[in-house]
Design a protein around this ligand. Structure first.
Ligand SMILES: [Zn+2]
Length: 46
């Protein structure tokens, strides 16, 4: 595993509710619980 110096190939999202990580999802919904996904690649939502 490399350190996260550069952006991953696909955009990586994490579910707010269950913490599942999804790479380049089709929708902004978690496949597992239907929760919202947030983008881990772009730390804008601070
Ligand atoms: Zn989830």
């Amino acid at each position: 595993m490399r350190p996260a110096d550069t952006a991953p190939e696909g955009e990586l999202y994490e579910c707010f509710d269950c913490g599942r990580r999804v790479e380049d999802p089709e929708t902004a919904r978690c496949e597992g619980c239907g929760g919202r996904l947030r983008n881990l690649g772009k730390p804008r939502d601070l």
